[in-house]
Design a protein around this ligand. Structure first.
Ligand SMILES: N[C@@H](CCC(=O)N[C@@H](CS)C(=O)NCC(=O)O)C(=O)O
Length: 336
């Protein structure tokens, strides 16, 4: 298919470019021929170890986390860091939520700052320092090693596991985010949530064809329907304990009504329309220290002002009004 259509109207030749060809898709390099968003793989997967068995021993003050508070993946690492009491052990720098074609940047602003560790202006400098030939998309989160001056890992799944595991001896307290007795079921549920929900909203939002969008969106709401049912009788995904899968789901739910419903057209229902998911979201939001990791200004400004293919005028909606601080009534499920 050329993307150019030639028609004859009253003897005159009319050449029309197909809209999809002249409109640049968001992250065009990660689109299939069918217009489906195919997320790039995480590139850096080295491991911090408690016992010094890798190049990166767990040492307080050595590693630094670069995050965006807008990003659901990065936010999960921030939550894991908080839950394990690693605030004094692993430093954090937050990037400017609004990103242009130069990628994530360090600037001073409300809730974000310049880079005190390396003095980088852009996060891509960390990628280039680690791999001079890097030409993929520069993403957050990044776990940086101040000693070897390179990225250890840019996969949020790995970083959460390291915070739960290798850093445990340094942690102020410990919450079991990956309990052994449910390892298999948790792995399966997390993979499902990743594919259908965490990445599902992106597959809907970045699709460049109607069919791809509808397919992703229906899969997403099918998954939300299943989770709504699961949470009808269970306070959290695995009973009364809050595990990593819950925080994984939380990071998408908290952005859903204010961003994904509108910006990514995930518009069959709001989370507010699901009584169990909404109560569960409020319950998690009200856990100690969690609301402090959520910055709605960063979230809204990032999505609405960064994806110019989706929202070229960069207008940030004033709503919706969310109240996540009221009574959620989920405690009663704990008593069962
Ligand atoms: N590591 C994550 C993806 C991380 C990611 O894509 N982060 C986004 C922010 S939410 C990012 O940094 N995007 C770069 C950009 O927008 O150019 C995964 O593979 O699931």
């Amino acid at each position: 298919m050329t993307g150019i259509r030639v028609t004859r109207i009253r003897g005159r030749t009319r050449v029309a470019l197909k809209k999809a060809m002249i409109t640049k898709a968001q992250f065009a390099a990660e689109l299939s021929a069918r217009g489906e968003f195919k997320r790039q793989e995480d590139a850096f997967r080295d491991w911090v170890s408690a016992d010094g068995s890798t190049l990166y021993p767990a040492v307080g003050g050595r590693y630094h986390l670069y995050v965006s508070l807008a990003c659901p993946w990065a936010s999960r690492t921030l939550i894991a860091r908080h839950l394990q009491g690693l605030e004094e052990i692993v430093g954090v720098t937050v990037v400017d939520p609004v990103r242009d074609e130069r990628g994530w940047a360090f600037r001073d602003g409300p809730g974000y700052s310049r880079d005190p560790v390396n003095g980088f202006s852009f996060l891509k400098e960390a990628y280039e320092a680690t791999d001079p030939a890097w030409d993929g998309r520069v993403t957050v989160p990044v776990l940086w090693d101040t000693e070897t001056r390179r990225i250890v890992n840019n996969s949020e799944d790995d970083i959460c596991r390291m915070f739960d595991g290798a850093f445990r001896p340094l942690a102020q307290h410990h919450i079991e985010l990956f309990p052994n007795d449910i390892a298999r079921q948790q792995g399966e549920l997390s993979a499902f949530i990743y594919d259908q929900v965490n990445n599902g909203v992106y597959k809907a939002g970045f699709a460049s064809r109607q069919r791809a969008y509808e397919h992703a969106c229906r899969a997403l709401f099918n998954a939300l329907d299943q989770l709504e049912l699961r949470l009808m009788r269970s306070r959290y995904l695995f009973g009364d304990r809050i595990v990593e899968s819950d925080w994984r789901l939380f990071c998408t739910l908290i952005r859903f009504d204010i961003v994904y419903y509108i910006h990514f057209k995930c518009s069959l229902h709001r989370i507010l329309d699901y009584p169990n998911l909404q109560g569960y979201l409020m319950d998690l939001y009200q856990q100690p220290g969690i609301a402090e990791t959520v910055n709605f200004e960063h979230i809204k400004h990032h999505y609405y002002m960064t994806h110019d293919a989706i929202n070229p005028m960069r207008i940030v909606p004033i709503g919706p009004v969310l109240d996540l601080t009221g009574a959620h009534g989920r405690e009663k499920l704990s008593a069962i």
